[in-house]
Design a protein. Structure first.
Ligand code: GBH
Length: 472
């Protein structure tokens, strides 16, 4: 019993890494690209740490060949990236810009030539500014624009990309973007954020239908939710009720319409003071409820909540969007506590059991639907040593713990097909700018040189063998 058991995954399990367009590409004004809401937001004083923005980011737009070669060296089977909408359709309407599309064609061809499967996310938060100027996600029209954009990408890349993801973390787009305002476009309007959530659900549904009309048989369409693991501080009824309200606003508001074709009754009731939900039109919940080929889950940390009256003491969490207002329409009274355990440099608690619980929950919500972990990872303050090597034992421990928990979920009957580490490389961490490093590969922000950290070497062994090497 003293030998640690080796943890192995099924041979077909897909090992990948993830990034997103605005966080890595740079080339913000090249080849016809126009600003997205993140260009505008990050160039607005006071919105991002140090005024950081993605004008150059890590220059992936010009270095994609080297980056793909590095992925191949690491032995990755798949790479999840996103498309910058305003690079391929600058006004968010009308015909595509060929130069923009060509970048993604070259990237995909480079991946395929190295035997790496592309997993393409259509929308990772970077709405064309023109569409925000026309009202953004609170406006219904934006969902139809998204469907048109999805069709355009399906036509352009459907012959070479098999795995499609409509939206990344619509929770962040709706509630960090339009309620707490810590993400672009930085609005603080609870009613607008619920409208945005609905139109994102509609965009997912319409986009899925539009994609399917263009994709060959065998293509897979999914959505990536940052379904949040919400834990009540105690079994006191008031705490359970608080947890239910947050769970509805974090999870049910998306998986209800997408997986079940309905918003949770408890959500509609608890948000009555904010909205009457009149923006949900007849037939919408059929449109949002499209058959999916897979579900993507992003997991970082759990949340621990209580009713306000049960929160006299104990450390409060700073991970619920530290904005002017809480990102929880109709539930700003709920208190967030710091969960126990170590923290990453985001201040987020490390809790692998949350990943197990999340996967088991969606195994129950959507029996038989293949699951992918489309993001999981941690930020630490990694810097090169005197020899230029970057040691990040905390990240290796984080990954080891989470992959062990994931394997346990597979044993418990979850249909998990793959795992994407967030992130392949250090990059623009949204409102935190370049301060927070999530990469398995270090990026020197002076030279933009890439250096695989020890976690990249460790993960490379996982990807090649399907077995977790022991902790160093
Ligand atoms: C992901 O967002 C993004 O997809 C990615 O672009 C980003 O770089 C990466 O993670 C790292 O941040 O329940 O209120 O306490 C994750 C954003 C982080 C939002 C955890 C919800 C917990 C909120 N999520 N957070 S709360």
């Amino acid at each position: 019993m003293t030998e640690p058991m080796s943890v192995s995954f099924p041979p077909a399990f897909v090992w990948g890494a993830a990034t997103s367009a605005y966080q890595i590409e740079g080339a913000a004004a090249e080849d016809g690209r126009t600003p997205s809401i993140w260009d505008t937001f990050s160039h607005t004083p006071g919105r991002t740490a140090g005024g950081d923005h993605g004008d150059v980011a890590i220059d992936h737009y010009h270095r994609y060949r080297d980056d793909v070669a590095m992925m191949a060296e690491l032995g990755l089977a798949s790479y999840r990236f996103s498309v910058s909408w305003s690079r391929v359709q600058p006004t968010g309407r009308g015909p595509a810009v060929q130069r923009g599309l060509d970048f993604y064609r070259r990237l995909v061809d480079e991946l395929l030539s190295h035997g790496i499967k592309p997993a393409l996310t259509l929308y990772h938060w970077d709405l064309p500014q023109e569409l925000e100027d026309a009202g953004g996600w609170p406006e219904r029209e934006t969902a139809y624009r998204f469907a048109e954009y999805a069709a355009l990408l399906g036509q352009a890349l459907g012959d070479r990309v098999e795995q499609w993801i409509t939206l990344n973390e619509p929770w962040c787009s709706a509630f960090l973007g339009y309620c707490s305002g810590v993400h672009a476009p930085g609005r603080t309007d609870p009613e607008a954020s619920l409208r945005a959530a609905h139109h994102l659900n509609l965009a997912h549904g319409l986009g899925t239908t539009a994609l399917r009309a263009t994709l060959p048989a065998g293509a897979s369409v999914a959505v990536s939710l940052n379904s949040q693991v919400i834990r009540p501080l105690s079994q006191d009824p008031a705490d359970l009720e608080a947890a239910q309200r947050i769970d509805d606003l974090a999870n049910g508001v998306f998986h209800g319409p997408i997986l079940h074709g309905a918003y949770p009754e408890t959500l509609i009731k608890a948000t009555r003071s904010v909205t009457d939900w009149a923006f949900v039109q007849q037939g919408d919940l059929v449109l949002t409820h499209q058959p999916l080929d897979a579900l993507g889950l992003n997991y970082y940390t759990p949340a621990l909540v209580s009713a306000a009256e049960n929160a006299p003491s104990g450390p409060l969490a700073d991970n619920h969007g530290s904005g002017a207002r809480a990102p929880w329409p109709g539930a700003d009274d709920v208190t967030f506590h710091q969960p126990p355990g170590e923290r990453t440099s985001m201040g987020w608690a490390v809790d692998p059991t949350g990943l197990h619980d999340l996967v088991m929950r969606y195994t129950r919500e959507a029996p038989g639907l293949p699951l992918y972990i489309t993001e999981n990872g941690a930020a630490y303050d990694d810097e090169p040593d005197a020899e230029g090597r970057v040691h990040d034992p905390e990240r290796i421990a984080y990954l080891h713990g989470h992959l062990t928990a994931l394997r346990r979920a597979v044993d418990d009957g979850a249909e998990v097909r793959g795992y994407y580490l967030w992130s392949l490389m250090d990059n623009f961490e949204w409102a935190y700018g370049y301060e927070k490093r999530f990469g398995a590969v270090h990026v020197d922000y002076e030279t933009l040189a890439r250096t695989p950290k020890s976690s990249a070497h460790w993960y490379s062994r996982v990807a090649r063998t399907g077995t977790l090497p022991p902790l160093p």
